[in-house]
Design a protein. Structure first.
Length: 66
């Protein structure tokens, strides 16, 4: 099957380090392609104020099928 242009969505994958009751936990999270590490931190603090985010690191470019 051939894929047509426009059937993909672009994201950046970020490695997010969270301080939990079990210690530090690392999670991969997808955000819009134009987000910076600071934008991700602000977004997480706004949506999930209970999370204790330690560090956000830009990981890699990701294409997902729609």
């Amino acid at each position: 099957m051939l894929l047509k242009i426009g059937q993909f969505e672009e994201f950046m994958t970020f490695d997010v380090m969270i301080d939990s009751k079990l210690g530090y936990v690392s999670r991969k999270m997808l955000f819009p392609i134009n987000y910076s590490e600071k934008d991700v931190l602000l977004e997480l603090n706004k949506k999930y104020p209970e999370l204790r985010v330690i560090e956000v690191i830009e990981d890699h470019y990701t294409l997902l099928l729609k």
